[in-house]
Design a binder for this molecule. Structure first.
Ligand SMILES: [Zn+2]
Ligand SMILES: [Zn+2]
Length: 448
């Protein structure tokens, strides 16, 4: 049973709609029931809706995706005698769509009471708006990705901007995904590169999860980790085709993104797919939002951040056991290490208006008794388990390799190329570890 589960980790089909007892001992449930990933996948949606008894659908898109797929899907639905309407969400002042109060209210106001299903026709942001609305109004949620830009299509949480701050609100996963390769092939190149960047970040997120297990006994689901690893492998093995935008490349990238999404669905959190590289990206995003700057593509930021974290992993891998022992002894002997005051000051400085929620997220580390216990545990294990920790570090590709892969996909490899200045990068390297109270390379780095 165990072997069979692990063998199937690289495929999407075996997991759809399944409830099973996992190698990790937990019972996992995958709410996603159907994935159609092929040329002409749009045509499969009306039949699925009919089979599910969804007679009235609202197809939600933005200006760009209405043209790319919304209109064509509307015609298909009408031909199939479904009651379908197209609703085009208006852009914000940057000429873009944001998952904020304005977009959500727009959608809620235009939703007929009789609509049984909401179909997201777009990329990540549009999915998050529709995911939230479908969940809160108890409607079926179907997904039509128009770009392979992010692994969040299959996710449960909706990252929304509320009152100018981003927060992840519980929502629901789509029950079916219809990813049309013809539509994906016409996605803007930077969005394809962003999807690749989001996947490249799995090297560091998976390593971060391993650090959590080795140093803090954090539970790891081997199946979820393997799914993410295989999804990443599909993308890296087909990097050339992805860069060329070929059909096989887009298929592999989308498979990788969906596998990563399923891995998060089964464990019920984003740990397999999101580590320090995502924390850096979130920190940059938060500051852009505070400064009223135009948002960058999620995966573009994650890719560039993964290169930096790859550098941290590479330098950590070079430490000798003697250097580690000395560093650990020094830190554990320093009374300032046990005082949470510096962390509180850093969070206030780094997070401004949202410092209180960040302080709450990091409560364990800020409690002096728990902080001491945790530092002693981690310090002891860094010495006694250094070989294992170093192996985790060594499995992350060198930053040059990550940058080369990213560049080949057409992505930007440094924050500077994305318009993120050195000051913000420096701030993020100090403060981003507080975005989530997860153990990552950013926290390991503190010791050396
Ligand atoms: Zn991501
Ligand atoms: Zn599991």
């Amino acid at each position: 049973m165990t072997e069979q589960l692990m063998e199937e980790a690289g495929r999407i089909e075996p997991w759809l709609g399944r409830t099973f007892v996992c190698v990790c001992g937990e019972t996992h449930r995958v709410p996603l029931r159907k994935v159609v990933l092929e040329r002409g996948a749009l045509a499969a949606l009306p039949a699925y809706a009919q089979e599910r008894g969804l007679r009235e659908l609202l197809l939600v898109c933005d200006r760009r995706t209405a043209e790319a797929a919304g209109q064509a899907l509307l015609e298909r639905c009408t031909e199939a005698r479904l009651q379908a309407k197209l609703y085009v969400l208006a852009d914000d002042e940057h000429g873009e769509l944001a998952a904020d109060e304005r977009a959500i209210v727009q959608l809620l106001l235009h939703m007929d009471a009789s609509a049984q299903g909401l179909v997201a026709v777009g990329a990540g942001t549009l999915h998050d708006i529709v995911r939230f609305a479908a969940h809160r109004t108890g409607r079926a949620f179907l997904s039509v990705p128009t770009a392979p830009s992010v692994d969040g299509f299959a996710s449960v949480g909706a990252p929304l901007i509320v009152g100018g701050f981003k927060q992840t609100v519980p929502a629901c996963a789509p029950e079916a995904i219809f990813a049309d390769l013809e539509v994906l092939a016409s996605a803007p190149r930077p969005m394809i590169a962003a999807g690749f960047g989001d996947m490249l970040g799995k090297y560091t997120s998976l390593a971060d999860w391993e650090l959590g297990r080795l140093l803090l006994d954090e539970p790891v689901c081997e199946l979820a980790a393997e799914m993410t690893r295989r999804g990443l492998g599909l993308c890296v093995d087909h990097a050339g085709e992805i860069a060329a935008g070929s059909e096989v490349g887009l298929r592999r990238l989308m498979e990788g993104l969906i596998l990563s999404g399923i891995s998060m669905l089964i464990v019920g959190h984003s740990r397999p797919a999101s580590g320090a590289e995502h924390h850096l990206s979130h920190y940059w995003e938060m500051r852009f939002l505070q400064e009223g700057r135009r948002a960058l593509l999620h995966g573009a930021k994650v890719g560039a951040a993964a290169v930096i974290m790859g550098g941290y992993y590479a330098s950590t891998a070079k430490l000798s056991p003697g250097e580690v022992r000395t560093a650990v002894e020094r830190r554990l002997a320093d009374p300032a290490s046990y005082d949470p005051a510096a962390a509180v000051t850093a969070i206030r400085e780094g997070y401004g208006g949202i410092a209180s929620s960040v302080l709450a997220e990091n409560a364990a580390e800020l409690d002096p008794v728990r902080r001491r216990a945790q530092l002693e545990l981690i310090g002891g294990r860094l010495v006694s388990r250094w070989d294992a920790v170093r192996d985790v570090c060594r499995r992350v590709p060198e930053p040059e390799r990550l940058a080369a892969l990213l560049a080949a996909s057409g992505g930007r490899t440094t924050p500077e190329q994305l318009g993120i200045g050195p000051g913000l990068v420096e701030d993020s390297l100090r403060f981003a570890k507080y975005v989530r109270s997860r153990y990552t390379i950013l926290r390991l780095q503190e010791w050396f």
